[in-house]
Design a protein around this ligand. Structure first.
Ligand SMILES: [Zn+2]
Length: 326
């Protein structure tokens, strides 16, 4: 039988300092803040590793045409183990191994129990496993998106249903994965939770539950659209990452400023003014090219009049706004 991977072991002490110790095979361990494992898993690099790269490595497998046997499955999976890995992303690497093992087992079971499921070679078998694995990832990202949209209040009906379903079952699943014990430390007993995590769904449940306990949630930044977890104020709508409009400042620093500028830009009055100015500007240029001085000065007058009219609407609006505030 091919090697079964057991995923990661997450060790969590119930004390003030909120962090996880994550154990990987071969006694390697690393510290993660709450939500940190999840954020390692949703980076573009991580997604590339377990989708595009995984698919490419299956196509490039030297034994692709070998007949399907337990030995060839073992060899094929060893190839994927060795090629789909990233030392900087140990959670992603290890959960790929255990998660893909689960998918292989599920597809092998289908082969045993369903007559019409058979594979020409190991390559075709691995591609089928990839499809099933990819479907799992798609379902997960739907959960993740729905939860983030729910946290910022933009969920549509479908996302709301998905988020509610997930939230209802989180506690049950969390309890299912959890083993609790008490450990003696220098300053008394500390209660410890351990979680065996073998796939992304379990990871999402554990992280989501723990974030909720800390009064936090994964949100979508109102400026850059990236996912983030507000560090202090849970009602924050902007992230702490460099803003796309100005990378020397964070979204939190310039988010509300950008939003106000956008609101001005999206204002129908402002749009109308820009359109008018640009068509008058083009007409003026045509008159100039033709050497028609009368027409040219006429358009110049119209441009000045439009500017004046627009400035007046701006000052009127400001007066209205400041009166409203009073
Ligand atoms: Zn942002």
């Amino acid at each position: 039988m091919f090697e079964i991977r057991h995923g990661i072991e997450v060790y969590y002490e119930n004390k003030k300092e909120k962090r996880n110790i994550v154990f990987f095979p071969e006694n390697i361990y690393k510290y993660y803040d709450t939500g940190g494992m999840l954020f390692e898993a949703i980076t573009d690099e991580a997604t590339f590793l377990i989708t595009t790269k995984l698919e490419t490595m299956i196509h490039d497998y030297p034994g692709y045409a070998d007949p399907l046997t337990i030995e060839s499955v073992t060899d094929g999976f060893k190839w994927l183990y060795g090629t789909v890995q990233d030392e900087e992303r140990p959670v992603v690497t290890e959960l790929f191994r255990s998660g893909f093992t689960e998918v292989i087992k599920s597809v092998l079971t289908q082969c045993e129990h369903e007559d019409n499921v058979s594979f020409e070679n190991i390559g075709a078998f691995m591609e089928r496993c990839y499809t099933e694995y990819f479907d799992n990832l798609k379902a997960l990202s739907a959960f993740f998106d729905a939860l983030a949209a729910d946290a910022i209040g933009t969920a549509d009906d479908f996302q709301q249903d998905v988020a509610n379903t997930f939230k209802r079952s989180t506690e049950d699943f969390y309890t299912l994965y959890k083993r609790k014990c008490s450990v003696r430390k220098g300053n008394g007993n500390v209660s410890v939770e351990t979680h065996q995590i073998t796939n992304y769904l379990q990871l999402l449940v554990v992280e989501y539950y723990r974030l909720k306990k800390e009064g936090k949630a994964v949100k979508i930044c109102a400026n850059c659209g990236r996912y983030f977890i507000p560090k202090n104020r849970s009602d924050s709508i902007y992230c702490d990452a460099p803003a796309p409009q100005n990378p020397t400042r964070t979204c939190k620093e310039i988010g509300s400023q950008v939003k106000r500028a956008e609101e001005r830009h999206n204002n129908p009055g402002v749009r109308e003014h820009h359109n008018k100015m640009s068509s008058l500007g083009m007409a003026k240029k045509r008159a100039k090219d033709k050497g028609d001085d009368d027409l040219l000065s006429g358009y110049e007058r119209l441009l000045r009049a439009e500017l004046k009219r627009f400035e007046k609407t701006l000052t009127d609006n400001t007066q209205v706004n400041s009166e409203e505030k009073k």
